[in-house]
Design a binder for this molecule. Structure first.
Ligand SMILES: Nc1ncnc2c1ncn2[C@@H]1O[C@H](COP(=O)(O)OP(=O)(O)OP(=O)(O)O)[C@@H](O)[C@H]1O
Ligand SMILES: [Mg+2]
Length: 398
């Protein structure tokens, strides 16, 4: 303090040495109690309401740059302020954040990966059960493999297997009931048909003959329905049944059909041809005969007089196949996906079929793990070809 008032007695070099910082700008300012700058930088603003002896820390701007300021008012009223730019502080904040955040992120990622793989591993057996179930046909009610499942889901698989066993049993009961009912119906219907035929041979007045003819037609129809239902029940019978599973020559199956269907073909003036090559499939001969009978029945029934029907069997790309081809009216494209449904008949189809023939064909094909293909063209140059392709290797039937 001299006659002009307070004055800073510090050399310029000493001031510069004190304020030196290679990263931040450091400035100071000393103001007299009246507010006049005694030493340091003019560009720092004073904090408001600073009482003698009080200090304060605050953010401010210095020549457009954000700074942190420490201010103190001495007991004798002098203001002393030191301001520093924020580079070091910001760097420090980032360093602290990085030091805390990076390990936290790493731990979170590791936890996520461990949890993800753990859950995926834990659920893998369920995924395999799902695949097993999705790969099954609705008829396949065999139990799931309990030994390959982990302990955690074993009780669930056991319960599922119990349910499958119950379903199998109830399915079998239904099949047996249907087969028995159809079988029981067949005999009286055959008797009735025979009596009506005998009656029709006798001398009858025209009105009565018409009535009896109508009854005869209805009886033949009912009898055909009972036969088709029985065939379907047999084709559907569960795999545990004592159905034979032998190596069968498709030629032999077709040969038998020659004798049975040739008369009908002649009666309908249809050229029935056979192109047969020896080929063997593993399966049930009676079911395969039923399949061919239904295909031939359709071909001969729906092909107009003068047409042709050809039965073929052989091997194509290692797969045994059986096909029936006709020069009939063809199956409309819209109906092609539905003709294998039970009781479905294309509208306008002549005759009084039960709509079960192709459902039987589909069942028998499925039991032999064979695929069905329908090729059909409508119109006068039309025709239908249904091909059944069997598995290449001798597989057990389902
Ligand atoms: N070869 C064919 N040509 C033309 N239409 C056919 C042929 N085969 C089947 N269809 C059509 O598909 C329908 C279903 O055939 P499917 O054999 O299942 O029953 P259906 O012959 O009517 O009766 P069912 O065979 O039980 O006596 C038939 O009604 C017929 O309209
Ligand atoms: Mg039919």
């Amino acid at each position: 303090m001299d006659s002009d008032g307070p004055r800073l007695a510090l050399l310029k070099q000493a001031q510069e040495a004190l304020l030196y910082d290679h990263e931040d700008t450091l400035v100071f300012q000393i103001r007299a109690p009246g507010g006049a700058v005694i030493a340091g930088d003019d560009d720092l603003n004073l904090p408001p309401n600073l009482q003698p002896g009080e200090r304060s820390f605050f953010d401010s701007l210095y020549r457009g740059q954000p700074v942190r300021v420490a201010a103190v008012r001495s007991d004798n009223g002098l203001y002393v302020q030191v301001a520093e730019t924020l580079h070091k502080r910001n760097r420090l904040i980032w360093e602290i954040l990085a030091a805390g955040l990076v390990p936290a992120l790493l731990i979170a990622t590791a936890t996520f990966v461990v949890a993800w793989t753990g859950v995926a591993r834990g659920l893998a057996p369920l995924a395999s059960v799902r695949t097993q179930l999705l790969g099954r046909s609705p008829q396949d009610l065999h139990p799931l493999d309990e030994h390959r499942t982990p302990d955690e889901i074993a009780p669930a698989i056991e319960a599922l297997n119990r349910l499958l066993a119950q379903l199998r049993e109830s399915n079998d009961m239904q099949q047996r009931f249907l087969a028995n009912a159809a079988h029981q119906l067949r005999t009286p219907l055959a008797g009735l048909q025979m009596h009506l035929e005998l009656l029709l041979r006798s001398k009858l007045d025209a009105e009565l003959r018409d009535e009896i003819s109508g009854m005869h037609v209805a009886t033949v129809r009912a009898s055909h329905l009972a036969n088709q239902l029985l065939a379907l029940a047999k084709a559907e019978a569960s795999a545990d049944d004592s159905t034979s599973s032998a190596s069968i020559d498709l030629c032999a199956v077709a040969d038998r059909a020659v004798h049975e269907w040739v008369q009908r073909a002649i009666a309908r003036d249809i050229d029935l041809g056979f192109v047969l090559e020896h080929t063997y499939v593993t399966g049930d001969a009676a079911l395969l005969e039923e399949l061919l009978d239904n295909l031939l029945d359709n071909a001969l029934r729906y092909t107009p007089r003068g047409g042709a029907v050809t039965v073929r069997c052989g091997t194509e790309l290692g797969h045994p196949y059986l096909s029936v081809e006709d020069t009939g009216p063809g199956i409309p494209e819209a109906a092609r996906g539905r003709v294998f449904e039970r009781f479905y008949r294309v509208q306008g189809t002549p005759g009084d079929g039960a709509g079960l023939g192709l459902a039987i064909v589909k069942e028998v094909a499925q039991r032999h793990r064979a695929t069905l293909q329908v090729e059909s063209r409508e119109g006068s140059a039309g025709g239908t070809r249904i091909v059944i392709r069997f598995p290449a290797a001798a597989l057990e039937i389902a």
